[in-house]
Design a protein around this ligand. Structure first.
Ligand code: TMP
Ligand code: MG
Length: 325
């Protein structure tokens, strides 16, 4: 239920320049923090959107690119086709007057056509690498520190995206310069042939309306630069000093089994749906409000526990996680 914004008691703090933190219900947030702390790190999972949540909204004075928008094939005809599809379907995606069932069909249509252009155009791993190298994309400051902190406490991170898993992972590798064993990516994953040419997509489609933990069967671990599956924490040397037990298994379902407390990170109201499918005990939802701040602040503040304004770093998220762990 969305609270009446006129009744909201919005408290603001200014922890670092350019980031405003808005918490509608500080007491409620503190209560959730205490409950999650008491249950311990073994009961916690992080659920995060990718584009404009982990990555910045503005990069080098321009709008940052998403996994889809950064992708460029050598044969420009296919880029043009995907752009034309975007121009047709994106307005439908954000049109609130279209009934849900009809919109699901439209999204399926869009993703099928878009994926078909990648298949027909014979997308290659090299094209993905080059696209990411030339992309205007950057992670929020301290994203690696956040992942490291969670990794040291054996807390899994599920990254949900209706984009493309292989592009997203390449962004993680190139821009964070490392892979993390506690990350599982739930997104559209590609299969490549021996020459590195796209052969097929794995599993069913993930689009913006079904981007939630029902799609968890599609979650996969990260790969390193050589394309090897990054091993899960179970097999890692205990040299990182963690005293927490290892996370079991590589697949998404087993890494989050029994973890009913959630910290959710997103930049759209729809991202709140990502934890659908989890039997949630406690959830702290944190939003990055990137765009049309004045217009969206009230509804964001009444829907998310914490709203971060100003395209800032992960500092606030780290503070909350440190508080809990
Ligand atoms: P997400 O940010 O929730 O992961 O959603 C991905 C966005 O990507 C969603 O708004 C649809 C959009 N998209 C493109 O920009 N280009 C495409 O070719 C497709 C299929 C989707
Ligand atoms: Mg996003």
């Amino acid at each position: 239920m969305v609270a009446d914004p006129s009744n909201m008691d919005i408290k603001e703090a200014v922890p670092i320049p350019n980031t405003r933190v808005v918490v509608r219900d500080q007491e409620g947030l503190d209560r959730k923090k205490r409950a999650i702390r008491a249950a311990g790190p073994q009961r916690l999972q992080i659920v995060s959107d990718f584009d404009m949540t982990l990555t910045r909204f503005n990069v080098n004075g321009k709008k940052g690119q998403s996994c889809h928008s950064l992708l460029s094939q050598k044969n420009d005809q296919y880029n043009q086709m995907r752009q034309d599809l975007y121009k047709h379907y994106y307005p439908l995606e954000i049109d609130q007057s279209i009934p849900y069932d009809k919109k699901v069909k439209l999204m399926e249509e869009w993703y099928e056509k878009s994926h078909a252009t990648l298949l027909e155009g014979g997308l290659t791993l090299d094209e993905i690498r080059d696209s990411v190298a030339n992309a205007n994309v950057a992670f929020r400051e301290e994203t690696a520190q956040l992942f490291e902190l969670l990794d040291s406490k054996r807390v899994p991170v599920l990254i949900f995206s209706a984009g493309l898993a292989d592009v997203l992972e390449e962004v993680l590798r190139q821009k964070l310069h490392r892979a993390f064993g506690n990350i599982r990516v739930v997104s559209n994953r590609m299969k490549f042939d021996e020459e590195g040419r796209l052969q097929s997509f794995v599993g069913s489609l993930i689009h913006s309306l079904n981007k939630n933990e029902h799609a968890i069967a599609l979650a996969g671990p990260m790969h390193d630069e050589q394309g090897r599956v990054l091993d899960d924490l179970e097999h890692r040397e205990p040299s990182d000093g963690s005293t927490e037990p290892a996370i079991d298994g590589l697949d998404g379902r087993s890494v989050v089994a029994g973890r009913n407390n959630v910290i959710l990170l997103g930049d759209h109201l729809g991202d709140l749906g990502m934890s659908r499918g989890v039997d949630v005990d406690e959830q702290i939802s944190i939003a990055f409000l990137n765009d049309k701040v004045e217009e969206n602040l009230e509804v964001f503040a009444s829907s998310f526990d914490v709203v971060l304004i100003g395209d800032g770093s992960m500092k606030e998220v780290i503070t909350i996680v440190e508080d809990i762990l």
